[in-house]
Design a protein around this ligand. Structure first.
Ligand SMILES: [Zn+2]
Ligand SMILES: [Zn+2]
Length: 331
């Protein structure tokens, strides 16, 4: 991608690529916000319900619920005869569900340490135990990174980055593990820090080298070094020496890293749909069918799109041990 060389100098105004994944991550890479949305998928609707499931401090919870309501992920309702307000997911909020499911499947496949997944999904439309897949909206086949070409969409371009974000210290990703056992949490512990995921995004754009990623993300060098070494340690990247004296490395996605493509384009889809003002920054073409597409998270059994209302859960743990709600009953 052609870029002005002046961008590699210490920037006066950092500019970042318009990106629907980044917009989505701005929301879900906040550990508390993510955990609150997850509990809402399990049916939690009240302040006290969230508090007891997550052990989150009251002021923090109030702040996050306010923010998520402003973002229109939640709406507040006052049930008849009750003084207390409740929080319901909006359509936009419910629509995050396929992204969560895609992250969960990745966690089940890659981060379970040989243990059974904490949660089994039952798809009520077909009655099957479901292992959803990320598929092409045009042909319905499962999408893999190597089968996709991308190009700029109507919303492509760069905008001034919000100040300060490139120097933010690593958030404590252990926080994602609070509350119930969850494969999505395990994924976010590894890549939920926004910059980690953005580094993975650059790999999907074909940017493998430190200097190139540094320029693309306008990120502080120490942050990039830290994230790359964490991602190597987590098994998402492997490092390859491509030049000696001075030593230079490039970072290649492992099989596990490439497997993040499904969750990546599921989040891209959500950002395009809800945060891009009808102008997606990026268009994807599925080379398998030759058509433009968006990610569709579908049931592997009946091939129908996954929506939150159609899913029930079987848990392999006792939810009461985590102060959390149990599954909606599986009949
Ligand atoms: Zn296709
Ligand atoms: Zn199904």
């Amino acid at each position: 991608m052609a870029r002005s060389l002046t961008n590699s100098k210490p920037a006066v105004v950092r500019r970042e690529r318009n990106c629907s994944v980044a917009r989505t991550l701005d929301i879900v890479s906040d550990a508390w916000a993510f955990l609150i949305i997850r509990e809402a998928f399990f049916g939690t609707q009240t302040f006290e319900g969230f508090r007891s499931a997550l052990g989150v401090p009251r002021a923090t919870l109030a702040g996050r619920l306010r923010k998520l309501t402003q973002l229109e992920i939640f709406r507040q309702v006052a049930p008849a005869g009750s003084q207390r307000k409740e929080y319901r997911l909006t359509r936009m909020g419910f629509d995050l569900y396929p992204s969560f499911v895609a992250l969960m499947q990745f966690g089940d496949r890659r981060l379970a340490d040989g243990k059974p997944p904490p949660l089994t999904l039952v798809h009520m439309r077909c009655g099957c135990t479901s292992h959803p897949i990320v598929a092409c909206s045009s042909c319905g086949k499962e999408v893999h990174a190597r089968d996709v070409k991308f190009r700029d969409g109507p919303g492509a371009g760069r905008r001034a980055a919000k100040p300060g974000r490139n120097t933010r210290r690593a958030s404590d990703t252990k926080r994602f593990l609070l509350g119930r056992p969850s494969s999505v949490s395990r994924v976010l512990e590894v890549i939920g820090d926004k910059w980690s995921f953005m580094v993975v995004r650059e790999a999907f754009f074909g940017n493998r080298r430190y200097d190139k990623i540094l320029i693309e993300l306008s990120i502080a060098p120490n942050i990039l070094t830290d994230r790359l070494s964490r991602l190597v340690e987590a098994g998402v990247f492997r490092k390859r020496l491509y030049r000696t004296s001075p030593e230079r490395y490039e970072y290649l996605l492992t099989d596990m890293g490439r497997d993040l493509y499904g969750p990546f384009i599921a989040m891209l889809r959500w950002g395009d749909r809800w945060l891009a003002g009808g102008k997606p920054p990026l268009l994807l073409r599925h080379m398998t069918c030759g058509k433009d597409f968006h990610a569709s998270v579908i049931c592997n059994s009946c091939r129908k799109p996954i929506v939150a209302a159609d899913m029930q859960y079987k848990l392999t743990y006792d939810p009461k041990a985590f102060g959390a709600l149990g599954p909606r009953s599986v009949s």
